[in-house]
Design a protein around this ligand. Structure first.
Ligand SMILES: *[C@@H]1O[C@H](CO)[C@@H](O)[C@H](O)[C@H]1NC(C)=O
Ligand SMILES: *[C@@H]1O[C@H](CO)[C@@H](O)[C@H](O)[C@H]1NC(C)=O
Ligand SMILES: *[C@@H]1O[C@H](CO)[C@@H](O)[C@H](O)[C@H]1NC(C)=O
Ligand SMILES: *[C@@H]1O[C@H](CO)[C@@H](O)[C@H](O)[C@H]1NC(C)=O
Ligand SMILES: *[C@@H]1O[C@H](CO)[C@@H](O)[C@H](O)[C@H]1NC(C)=O
Length: 743
């Protein structure tokens, strides 16, 4: 969840800063272009339209029907968003059958009531105790506690401190800065010298025995996080596990007790025959899955999709991301901020706590809603990746300390995603979260209204095929949620963006999907009104964004408070009010870089111009390397191979002398030497063939192990370290010779 804050939006400035050299480059390119493509000129009056030049990529036959509305998800004056086939043959090579990781049969399980609130027990498996390995084992449980620091004096470990373990753990708790690109291939993490490692001492006190036999032990009603340990007769630890529990708000904390009391009084004040649902304002339940595009959701979750369609969910088909990774999109949706505003107000440095950020769930909390925040992968959690996170828990229920404890104990596990970790009595993190949320709605639903934000990351963040095996789990989960709290709850089933790296992302479809996450919303039936339903239906086929989700939540807050807010969204429109037909990416604060309006799906081929564009872009990369004084460490980049390209937009701009001048925006992806760097960029080609880079040049394959000689976060994208490349060349030569010898 690395922010793109530092790296985006620099394109225009980039060109301005180096205007002199670029003018020269642009002029040179123009000469080259005119020279090499002179066959494509057409004289119309006194204006030269260089068609074959300006349309570098063939537009294909299906574009002749560009006005056929059925080909579009969004077909408005402001945005034409093409329908693309989720099952395009391009995807076939990336799809594999997967399965949910099979966990070992648990020695200790958690038994909770399934429908009504009540006590939870931990029970030891009698059958497993008969096995040789566990013979004579005795198990105990202990509380895990969050080690909360002072908001006035905190360090980077503030959201990483837990007291859980009786083992010595000596790796850093605050992960070093790494680029997410490096994740899939990353094996180990470098120790981080500047931060404390936490050592735990052996402590067998405070561990409550779990008796053998079917009844086990009842966990006290205020316990949120539990660690279980089992030792055999030789005092060797043979089992270890971590369980999250959901105490009733009546028991959890002074804050939740006050909220529960408030709503008890509301119930007393109202007609005793009234249903709870008509006393409580609507709850909000956010089920978020990281990195899933709309098309990939269709591919991976056919059963869930069918359920959603049949049960009153509306799919926002034009929902477009507004920032590179999770954090800026979440900030737009739940704090109403653009990326620049987020950096200015909430995240000036990675050492800033996020406690003081104006998240909307605080407003819900002030309205006596019980709040919860539930995530799996703690190393790349939304508010913690490259950030300090929260010094004080951000919500009444906060799953993070449990997940931190579990990850800290898993020395050899994947420290970032953890899709195949096992905890909670033989469950993957995904299933632990699903069970937790079910318990939450069971324990909290009848007592207070709630706002729950969940984010599932481990499952699919690093695995293109990780979501599909969970299709049925999510379908059953949503079905159970609907039958328990569906009447009173606004349910959002959403993602933040599509895949941002990996082989699929290096295709055109991968480019298209990255900007278009799936988004489903279901209004509580008791709030339905004809005008809102009509607006939802219309907006389903409009350009929308996380800013509109923010506006929707603000409207809900207003509704509950029965007032009109003084702070509406500056960028969005509530999903319950029809979005403007002429809405564009620009007018909706969707950065050009992520805008898919106007992107054409037609097949493309390489052309002479693609090479010109490639050369234009690598020249800029090289200029950037030298401007940053990195040319002694980093090799210059050469254009080698065209990967894909598209026209992604067109329009007219004032040319500065009172004349409208047409332009085309094109997308191009290509490979470079040395060491096969792959890049993607958007370029605006004006009618006079002058090119301008739009936004920054994106890196679409991993630079892991290639740019370690520098630390500059943005420049790592462009730097191929000379020393590392030399070593790589030697390695390749050696391999070649070995092959020769063998052959
Ligand atoms: C949320 O709370 C903040 C702080 O009290 C307030 O400034 C803001 O207007 C509230 N937002 C809404 C939509 O009520
Ligand atoms: C909010 O504003 C609208 C239009 O300005 C008005 O019709 C409505 O009555 C207002 N609602 C409240 C609760 O003030
Ligand atoms: C969009 O339509 C609205 C209302 O019809 C109008 O006020 C606004 O100027 C239009 N915006 C653009 C960019 O055309
Ligand atoms: C690059 O080096 C020059 C000359 O030493 C210096 O003036 C400039 O500030 C450096 N630029 C960066 C980005 O470090
Ligand atoms: C890149 O191109 C330049 C000249 O255009 C050439 O001298 C250099 O060797 C090339 N580098 C690589 C790594 O191909």
């Amino acid at each position: 969840m690395v922010s793109s804050g530092g790296s985006d939006g620099g394109g225009g400035a980039y060109c301005r800063h180096r205007r002199k050299s670029f003018l020269l480059i642009c002029a040179l390119s123009l000469v080259l272009l005119l020279y090499s493509n002179s066959g494509g000129r057409e004289e119309t009056g006194n204006r030269v339209i260089i068609k074959s030049l300006i349309f570098p990529f063939s537009t294909g036959s299906d574009d002749t029907s560009a006005d056929d509305a059925s080909l579009f998800l969004v077909h408005t004056a402001g945005c034409k968003l093409r329908h693309m086939d989720p099952f395009s043959s391009v995807v076939d090579t990336f799809l594999r059958d997967g399965a949910i990781h099979a966990c070992h049969e648990p020695l200790v399980t958690l038994v909770t009531p399934t429908t009504t609130p009540g006590e939870s027990r931990l029970v030891v498996s009698g059958a497993l105790l008969k096995k040789w390995k566990y013979k004579g084992a005795s198990c105990c449980w202990r509380r895990i506690t969050r080690r909360t620091q002072s908001p006035d004096k905190y360090d980077n470990d503030a959201d990483y401190g837990v007291d859980a373990d009786n083992e010595k753990v000596t790796y850093p708790i605050f992960p070093p800065v790494i680029n997410e690109w490096t994740l899939p291939t990353m094996g180990s993490i470098l120790p981080c010298k500047s931060h404390n490692s936490h050592h735990f001492s052996i402590d067998t006190k405070n561990c409550g025995k779990i008796p053998g036999g079917g009844n086990g032990v009842v966990i006290p009603g205020d316990v949120q996080y539990v660690k279980v340990e089992c030792h055999n007769e030789l005092k060797v630890q043979v089992w270890k596990d971590f369980f999250p529990l959901v105490p009733s708000p009546r028991n959890l904390s002074p804050g939740t007790k006050t909220k529960a009391k408030f709503w008890d009084e509301q119930k007393l004040k109202s007609n005793p025959n009234k249903k709870t649902s008509s006393i409580f304002p609507p709850s909000v339940l956010v089920i978020g899955i990281d990195s899933i595009s709309r098309l990939h959701m269709i591919r991976s979750m056919p059963r869930t999709k069918e359920f959603l369609t049949a049960n009153g969910f509306t799919e926002m088909k034009g929902y477009t991301k507004v920032g590179d990774n999770t954090f800026p999109n979440i900030m737009a949706a739940f704090a109403g901020m653009t990326e620049a505003e987020t950096i200015a107000r909430c995240w000036p440095s990675r050492h800033t706590k996020l406690d003081d950020c104006p998240f909307l769930w605080k407003n819900f909390s002030r309205m006596n809603y019980v709040t919860a925040h539930v995530e799996d992968s703690p190393g790349i959690a939304i508010f913690n990746y490259d950030k300090t996170g929260f010094v004080l828990p951000p919500s009444d229920y906060y799953l993070r300390p449990l997940m931190v404890a579990e990850h800290q104990a898993g020395r050899n596990r994947h420290r970032f995603g953890g899709a195949n970790d096992c905890l909670g009595g033989g469950l993957t993190p995904t299933r632990v979260l699903l069970r937790y949320i079910r318990s939450f709605v069971r324990e909290v639903g009848g007592v207070t209204p709630f706002f729950l934000l969940s984010w599932f990351t481990s499952m699919a963040h690093d695995d293109f095929n990780g979501l599909k095996p969970y299709d049925q789990d999510f379908r059953s989960f949503l079905s159970s949620i609907l039958s328990s709290v569906g009447e009173d709850t606004l349910i959002l089933f959403i993602s933040d963006h599509g895949y941002r790296f990996g082989a699929f992302r290096e295709t055109f479809l991968g480019f298209y999907e990255e900007s278009l996450p799936f988004f489903f919303l279901r209004m509580p039936p008791r709030l339905s009104s004809p005008s809102w339903s009509a607006a939802l239906r219309t907006n389903a086929a409009r350009l929308t964004s996380p800013h509109d989700l923010y506006a929707t939540l603000v409207q809900l807050i207003d509704l509950v408070n029965n007032k009109n807010t003084s702070s509406p969204s500056p960028y969005g429109t509530s999903f319950l009010a029809t979005a403007l037909e002429n809405r564009t990416c620009e007018s909706s604060a969707i950065p050009e870089k992520y805008c898919m309006c106007g992107v054409s799906p037609s097949l493309t081929t390489s052309s002479r111009l693609s090479a010109e564009l490639g050369v234009f872009i690598v020249t800029q990369i090289n200029a950037d390397l030298s401007a940053q004084n990195l040319t002694s460490l980093c090799s210059p980049v050469n254009y080698t191979t065209f990967l894909y390209g598209r026209q992604v937009g067109e329009g007219e701009v004032w040319n500065g002398v009172g004349k409208l001048e047409p332009y085309r925006d094109v997308l191009i992806a290509f490979e470079t030497s040395p060491w096969e760097g792959r890049f993607e960029a958007r370029v605006r080609i004006r009618d006079n063939a002058a090119m301008t880079l739009l936004g920054s040049v994106g890196r679409i394959n991993s630079y892991a192990g290639k740019s370690d000689c520098i630390t500059h976060y943005k420049m790592k994208n462009y730097c191929t370290c000379k020393n590392l490349w030399e070593a790589e060349v030697k390695k390749r030569e050696k391999k070649k010779q070995e092959k020769k010898k063998k052959g």
